[in-house]
Ligand binder design. Structure first.
Ligand SMILES: C[S@@+](CC[C@H](N)C(=O)[O-])C[C@H]1O[C@@H](n2cnc3c(N)ncnc32)[C@H](O)[C@@H]1O
Length: 220
């Protein structure tokens, strides 16, 4: 077992070490999904992801890391690509599974830890991270990047859509600097940053979105 997983116990984190976000929030991610939509759960795919998909950005087997209730994953899956959505929040995964069934879209959603992606036992050609990376700090980022590397082969593409720090007076939670993206996904860790472009992430409190980065990253 890794240092991130402990003895399975009847605790709100189900034996996981709480992430820095969960420690600050004082509750597991799952709690965000139990009483109606979370602020990031806008009931449709993020426009930035829709544009990416319509531009042919997704190919092969796709992983959505931290998929939430699945609208981004379902949009990509609706294009006919094999999709696996993974999230630690079991309520979110159950909602995503229900949506897939109700919409008749073939997509798989499982409860899983982004720090332990290797346990999935498969690799992916494209990985989507919409709003997950920016919730991690310090060593979590290093461990997450290593975990992503364990499920990707050379040439795979990773998209990270995260809140940006470009407008300190109007930023979402966990704003990330471009330099932080470049530091996390360096060549030494097995990645090459192809592009970091200004984008937006819509939320229930900001329909026109908050400043974000869309990073296109290749596994080398
Ligand atoms: C800001 S939400 C974004 C959800 C979804 N991608 C979206 O765009 O609606 C971050 C998601 O990451 C999930 N998450 C946080 N830490 C995780 C981890 N270690 N492993 C897997 N999922 C995680 C949370 O449960 C939550 O659903």
């Amino acid at each position: 077992m890794s240092e991130r997983s402990g003895t399975p116990a009847d605790d709100p984190f189900r034996g996981r070490q709480p992430t820095s976000h969960e420690q600050r929030a004082g509750q597991p991610w799952d709690a965000s999904y139990r009483d109606g939509p979370a602020p990031w759960d806008i009931g449709q795919p993020q426009p930035a992801i829709v544009r990416l998909a319509s531009g042919g950005g997704f190919a092969g087997a796709v992983l959505d890391a931290g998929c939430g209730t699945g609208d981004n994953a379902l949009h990509v899956a609706s294009l006919g690509l094999p999709m696996l959505g993974v999230d630690v929040a079991e309520t979110a995964v159950a909602i995503a599974q229900e949506k897939a069934g109700a919409r008749g879209i073939d997509a798989e959603f499982v409860v899983g830890d982004a720090f332990e992606l290797g346990l999935l036992g498969r690799t992916f050609d494209t990985v989507l991270d919409c709003g997950l990376f920016h919730t991690f700090e310090g060593e979590e980022r290093r461990d997450y990047v290593t975990s992503l590397a364990s499920v990707t082969d050379r040439g795979a593409t990773l998209y990270v859509l995260c809140f940006s720090d470009v407008d300190p007076d109007n930023s979402g939670p966990h704003p990330v600097g471009e330099d932080e993206l470049r530091a996390a996904f360096g060549r030494g860790a097995g990645w090459n940053i192809e592009a970091v472009e200004p984008s937006r992430i819509e939320t229930t409190f900001a329909a026109d979105g908050m400043p974000a980065w869309l990073a296109t990253i290749t596994r080398i």
